[in-house]
Design a protein around this ligand. Sequence first.
Ligand code: PMP
Length: 351
Amino acid sequence: MNWEDNVRKVVPYVAGEQPKEQDVIKLNTNECPYPPAPGVAAAIHGFDCDKLRKYPDTDASLLVHALARRHGLSDRQVFVGVGSDDVLAMSFLTFFHSGKPVLFPDITYSFYDVWADLYGIPYQRQPLDDNFCIRKEDYFRENGGIVIANPNAPTGVAVPQSGLEEIIRANPDSVVIIDEAYVDFGGESCVPLIEKYDNLLVVQTFSKSRSMAGMRIGYAMGNEKIIGYLNDVKNSVNSYTMSGVSIAAGAASVADETYFQDTVAKVVATRERVRGELEKLGFVCTDARTNFLFASHRTIPAREIFEALRAEKIYVRFWDKPRISDWMRISIGTDEEMDRVIAFLGDYLKK
Ligand code: PMP
């Protein structure tokens, strides 16, 4: 017996590769290719470093208030954390405590089973249909909680709010988490359902549509009771999750709605153009409502294309996993970056 026998052993989540080499076209972690709103830089440059002597505001009130106003909620209906990964991890810890299995799709964000394993939460994966769509009946059974990414990752497929409402309504005894990391790119948000269902928690992030993955800001919205429980658990782990700089930068981003809308519109326009180009090259794409496309070539295996792209310093994501090993996830970069990808694929597939 030694100390290692008593370690909590986990198989961690594997994030997309962060390249060390230069000149990479990085389309593997769904970052936004455009900078954050200009006010964010101003907030960071103008930040008074003397403030760092003191602990930040535990409630992150400035940011919480900005988000509450943005979504038409009260401050007590918003919880903020260090990226939505932190918010989701905290939510699993808080709400999935019944001992019954938590339900989520078989193909979805691959962090859900990692958190469940970490916290010892049982879970059951519910298979998506052949079009990567949720079968809502799968969620009408006894469970200890539900988590659904909408739009889903890595497929990009979105469910209408009405489909999710049926699931939320059918499960008054468990918390339903809707992970809306990509909703701004064309999904239908469940935020309007918060007033109706006290078992609903909607999670969003600054990492994609607000171009702030490096700042680490995510948030959850729900009724005051559910947010209160989340804050109690967070304040039992670490009271000061949000630095003063991230609070100021986050609030500055939310203040510029026009910049936000323009950025999202640019990414969506590029996505639709690239989808058309990929289809001309023999790819099939899902109807992704995200800042990425999920594409499979009709004849060439995804691994081969993935490796050819990589040799060309174009990084996309590929999973050698059941049901999706024919597919690649391609984040949407700038128009210039995407033109280079399309040009390369055009040459490569001709060979
Ligand atoms: N949910 C989904 C579905 C995601 O794809 C991601 C990004 N990896 C996250 C949550 C977490 O993003 P972040 O922690 O940067 O907010």
